[in-house]
Design a protein. Structure first.
Ligand code: SAH
Length: 238
């Protein structure tokens, strides 16, 4: 897939990064027999829908120049088997990634594989996004918050924005996206101290699936009442 990485992300994984991707695939397939981690198991699907998709969202961090600056602190909420956070931690040298999921068995799986992947810039915690967003050790501490396939877009905004420093960026990975959804989410983002920076549309390189990434900039401190209690962001979306 080297050519496609170069064409689409202007990036070439090193032999070490390729070996890490290969190990990640094997470890997930192996564990999938007991744990229900992913339905995506075919190698090409895994490459496209897990690896490529994870990195496309942070394309702006992948180029060689972007990797020279200060260390970037990231958090991935509802990471599941580690997406998009683990591929990002493999591809971006100067970052630390905190993986969060409410399901203990998924975080246990991640804790088990981190040493085998040789990743020492990753930490994993079992926690709800609504809780970590209220924890003073995490609130307003991150440069970038990633979130893929976790609830509605407005819930994603409520989970991510409280955790960002001012000036920080939330990357919300979506499939389809409509103009109406932009209008609905605008109000939620504003209440949370953010602004929509951009919305990018693209297609996956092998099967041409429709994808969107929303980039939300934190421009003001998030009011203390957010995130609301566990379950409320999905039950009563902003
Ligand atoms: N991001 C991964 C997994 C998506 S599945 C991927 O794209 O492949 C959604 C995951 O979010 C599940 O693992 C679920 O346990 C977790 N999740 C759902 N709501 C959550 C919440 N409020 N806080 C933390 N994790 C949550």
């Amino acid at each position: 897939m080297t050519d496609i990485w170069e064409e689409t992300l202007n990036w070439k994984p090193s032999p070490q990064q390729q070996a890490q991707f290969q190990s990640l695939y094997e470890l997930i397939i192996e564990a999938n027999r007991q744990l229900n981690l992913t339905r995506i198991t075919n190698p090409e699907d895994f490459w496209e829908k897990h690896l490529w998709d994870s990195l496309r969202g942070i394309k702006f961090l992948i180029s060689a120049e972007a990797q020279e600056g200060q260390e970037i602190s990231m958090i991935d909420l509802g990471t599941g088997a580690g997406f998009p956070g683990i591929p990002v931690a493999i591809a971006v040298n100067n970052c630390t990634v905190h993986l969060v999921d409410s399901t203990r068995k998924k975080i246990n799986f991640i804790d088990n594989i981190l040493p085998q992947l040789n990743l020492n810039n990753v930490k994993a915690t079992t926690c709800r996004a609504e809780e970590i967003g209220r924890d003073s050790q995490h609130r307003e501490m991150y440069d970038i918050a990633l979130i893929r396939a976790v609830g509605s877009a407005s819930a994603c905004a409520e989970y991510t924005l409280p955790l960002l420093k001012q000036g920080g960026l939330a990357v919300v990975y979506r499939g389809n996206w409509t103009e109406e959804e932009t209008i609905t989410i605008k109000n939620a983002v504003q209440q949370l101290g953010g602004a929509i920076k951009s919305i990018e549309q693209f297609n996956t390189p092998l099967t041409h699936g429709d994808r969107h990434c929303l980039y939300l900039r934190k421009i003001r401190s998030t009011p203390g009442k957010f995130p609301r209690a566990v379950g409320v962001p999905t039950q009563r979306p902003l």
